[in-house]
Design a protein around this ligand. Structure first.
Ligand code: SAH
Length: 271
C-alpha cells in the first residue's frame, strides 16, 4: 500500500505508457520485480508496515477492511460455525478479522510477515481486551511445524500480495484438519475489477492509497480453484462482495464475483 503509486520499476500502474495500459487486460502474473524471499514480497509487506498505525481507524486507508468485515465474518460463521473452533488467520494484518472471530467464540492465532501490523494487532488486544495470539511466521513454515492443526483457516485479502499464491493455498491445505474449512478472499482479474478496484478505489474515489493493488496479481476464481484442487481440497462455495459507491455499502451476492470474492474450501474427503 505504498502511497507513491509507483511499482518497483517506477511505473505508475494506472497511468504509464500506452503500451502499459494496453497490456493490462492480458497482464501475466509476476510482472513486478521486487525483492522476494520465501514467498514474501518485501515491497508488498512494506506497504502495510508504513500504514500500520492507522489500521484500527475506520476512516483510514483500512476503511474497506472495516466495512467488509461484518460480511466476511458472517460468511465464515455460516460456513464453518466459529464458536469453539481453533482458527488460524493467515495474513491477519492489524487483526480486524482475528478479533471479530474471537467475539464469535473462536480461539484465534493470527500470523503475518509484517512486523508493524502484528505490533498494532497486539497493542489493540490490550485496548480491546480480546484474546488473540499473534506470531510472525509464514504459512509455509507454520504448515511444516503444525500440520492439520486448525478447524478453520482464513486467508483474506492476502493472496494478491504474495509472489506465489499457490504455495500459500498449499500451506493452508496442510494447516487445516481433514474435516476443516479454509476460507479465502481475494480480487478477481478482469477489466471490471481493474476499473473498480484499481482506478475507482485508488484513483477516483481515493478509498485506498495509489499503488495498493497490483492488477497483474489479481486472481481469477478458476486459477484459485486449480490451486485448491492441486492442494487436495475442493471449492464448496464462491460468493462475491460488491460495493455500491452511491451509498458506500457492501453486499454479499452469489451473482457477482467479478471484483472481490470469498471462497470456501474443504479438504478432499471432508463431509
Ligand atoms: N487479512 C487481513 C489483512 C489484509 S492486508 C484483513 O483482511 O483484514 C494483507 C496482509 O497480508 C498484510 O498484513 C501483509 O503484511 C500480509 N502479507 C503479505 N504477504 C504475506 C506473506 N507472504 N505472509 C504472511 N503475510 C503476508
Amino acid at each position: 500500500m505504498a502511497c507513491t503509486g509507483y511499482n518497483a520499476e517506477g511505473n505508475n500502474p494506472a497511468g504509464g505508457s500506452a503500451h502499459h495500459r494496453r497490456a493490462l487486460p492480458v497482464a501475466r502474473r509476476k510482472t513486478k520485480m521486487s525483492h522476494t524471499t520465501h514467498n514474501v514480497d518485501h515491497a508488498e509487506i512494506s506497504k502495510f508496515e508504513e500504514l500500520a498505525a492507522r489500521w484500527w481507524d475506520p476512516h483510514s486507508e483500512f476503511k474497506p477492511l472495516h466495512d467488509i468485515n461484518p460480511l466476511r465474518l458472517d460468511y465464515i460463521d455460516a460456513a464453518a460455525a466459529l464458536s469453539g473452533k481453533n482458527v488460524l488467520d493467515v495474513g491477519c494484518g492489524g487483526g480486524i478479522l482475528s478479533e471479530s472471530m474471537v467475539h464469535r467464540g473462536a480461539r484465534v492465532l493470527g500470523i503475518d510477515m509484517g512486523e508493524m501490523p502484528l505490533r498494532v494487532a497486539e497493542l489493540h488486544t490490550l485496548e480491546s481486551g480480546v484474546e488473540v495470539a499473534y506470531r510472525r511466521v509464514s504459512p509455509e513454515a507454520l504448515a511444516a511445524e503444525r500440520p492439520e492443526s486448525f478447524d478453520i483457516v482464513t486467508c483474506m485479502e492476502m493472496l494478491e500480495h504474495v509472489p506465489d499464491p499457490s504455495s500459500v493455498v498449499r500451506a493452508c491445505a496442510h494447516l487445516v484438519r481433514p474435516d476443516g474449512f479454509v476460507v479465502f478472499s481475494t480480487l478477481n482479474r478482469n477489466l471490471k475489477s481493474y476499473l473498480l478496484a484499481v482506478i475507482g478505489a485508488e484513483y477516483l474515489l481515493g478509498m485506498l492509497p495509489k499503488g495498493t493493488h497490483d492488477y497483474a496479481r489479481f486472481i481469477r476464481p478458476s486459477e484459485l480453484d486449480r490451486w485448491v484442487r492441486a492442494a487436495g481440497m475442493r471449492t464448496s462455495d464462491i460468493t462475491g462482495m460488491t460495493y455500491n459507491p452511491l451509498n458506500g455499502s457492501y453486499h454479499r451476492t452469489k451473482k457477482d464475483v467479478d471484483v472481490n470474492y470469498l471462497v470456501t474450501c474443504r479438504p478432499q474427503g471432508a463431509a
